[in-house]
Ligand binder design. Structure first.
Ligand code: EPU
Length: 418
């Protein structure tokens, strides 16, 4: 258990943005396909990345970390099962399924089950792998997949799931023949995975579109690769500046990936400047309500920024409406924000935020990664100090949060736990 103490203040200054967690994790899984060394740059120091390193080492890979670089050599892979504690630590470990199966002919793990965002089905992941020729048994919360060989297939996804697209892509690279993934996710992290796969010799086309084509069975080789910047971490820091009447300049950002958030923040009254790989934001004293925020698959508004933006809008004039269409249970932060004086009514997929004149410091609990980030933002804009318990959720996605906020002129201090 870890706790952080937050003193309110204006978020003002400059910082660089970490590499994207949600790119690094699938690329680490894809590194299992490669017989040779993969040198991966831009890997943030995060609990989830550490969990992925544990998984690779458990499977028999050699993994070395030097600053933000991970050197992965999967030549010596000797296991095909992910231990239960690693599955529990990071439910998105399921993105290793296709890669382990493709490389070893079998894979065993526990079902990810429900999590803090609601039920976490993986039916599309399993359907994609079955279409590629895998036999998958599900029994007592366990998954056992095996395939003597994989063959190219048509994979239509009923929803553009990020994880299912990643699993299908990685496994298809090892299959004989052509695979077409339809209604594929178009998140920037998918395009990043495609670029990595091409860098190791796989033939994949169609990134940034809904149809991905893979010519499988190509021999792969080692490479050096740098993952893209984390658009969600960048968006969170923009929301923190917006919430506190601050002014920030972020370096090493992919500006195009933040278009919908910047649209909403501009409507709320912020001035935003974009130049190559840099983004600046200057916030007014008081934000106004933007139009309705509806979370959608990319290029729509990202579900991962719903909570941070909500936290930025708690003191607006008037009210803001959110519609969360991606995850069923992603408003758990609302009850914690209410402890600081926020007025939020949640009804099904909708949440209505009625602006309040001021927030007060409180003792709150992080419910999940992005919900935890929302609590940090609200605490920075409150009238007194706050303590956030179970801050380990936040550490899963934000590298050196105390250091980043120190560079941005505010105090986020660790006061207990690990
Ligand atoms: N879904 C199914 N069946 C499946 C797969 C998904 O019904 O087989 C549903 C999910 O329950 C959810 C929706 O489809 O309602 C979208 O899920 P998706 O598979 O796209 O999400 P994911 O791959 O599990 C990734 C990110 C999440 C991010 C979502 C949406 C990683 C490691 N995780 O999750 O990031 O919210 O895409 O963009 O890439 C975070 O970073 O905090 C985080 C939760």
């Amino acid at each position: 258990m870890s706790e952080i103490l937050i003193s309110p203040g204006r978020v003002t200054g400059e910082t660089r943005v970490q590499g994207a967690k949600n790119s690094v994790l699938p690329v680490m899984a894809a590194a299992l396909l490669v017989r040779g060394e993969v040198v991966l740059r831009g890997c943030p120091a995060l609990a989830d990345v550490d969990s992925a390193v544990h998984i690779l080492r458990h499977l028999g890979c050699a993994v070395r970390r030097e600053a933000d670089t991970l050197c992965i050599d999967a030549s010596g892979i000797s296991d095909y099962a992910i231990p239960d504690d690693l599955m529990r630590r990071m439910r998105s470990s399921v993105i290793f399924l296709g890669a382990i199966l493709a490389r070893t002919g079998q894979a065993r793990m526990t079902y990810p089950g429900g999590c803090e965002l609601g039920p976490r089905p993986i039916d599309m992941h399993l359907d994609a792998l079955r279409r590629l020729g895998a036999h998958i048994d599900e029994e007592g919360g366990r998954i056992f997949a095996r395939a003597e060989s994989l063959r190219g297939a048509e994979i239509p996804l009923r929803f553009p799931s990020v994880g299912a697209t990643e699993n299908a892509l990685i496994a298809a690279c090892a299959a004989e023949g052509t695979t077409t993934i339809r209604n594929a996710a178009r998140e920037p992290e998918i395009a990043d995975l495609v670029r990595f796969l091409r860098a190791v010799g796989c033939r994949v086309t169609g990134e940034n579109t809904a149809v991905l084509t893979v010519e499988g069975g190509m021999p792969s080789h080692g490479t050096q690769y740098r993952v893209i910047a984390d658009r969600i971490a960048a968006g969170t820091y923009l929301c923190a500046a917006a919430a506190t009447g601050g002014s920030v300049l972020l370096h090493d950002v992919e500006t195009a990936h933040l278009a919908t958030l910047c649209g909403a923040l501009t409507e709320a009254g912020c001035e935003i400047g974009m130049e190559e790989r840099r983004i600046s934001l200057r916030a007014p004293e008081k934000l106004r309500a933007p139009g309705m925020i509806v979370t959608r698959p990319y290029p729509g508004f990202p579900t991962d920024l719903q909570a941070p933006l909500m936290a930025a809008l708690l003191r607006i004039d008037g009210s803001a409406v959110f519609d969360e269409t991606i995850f069923r249970d992603r408003y758990r932060h609302a009850a914690e924000l209410a402890k600081m004086g926020a007025d939020i009514v949640c009804e099904g997929s909708r949440a209505i935020v009625c602006g309040v004149p001021a927030l007060h410091g409180a003792r709150v609990t992080a419910t999940d990664l992005r919900g935890g980030a929302a609590l940090v933002i609200a605490a920075l804009s409150a009238g007194g100090d706050s303590v956030i318990a179970e801050a380990e959720h936040i550490d899963r996605g934000y590298e050196d949060i105390t250091g980043v906020f120190a560079r941005l002129g505010v105090r986020v201090q660790r006061i207990g736990g690990t």
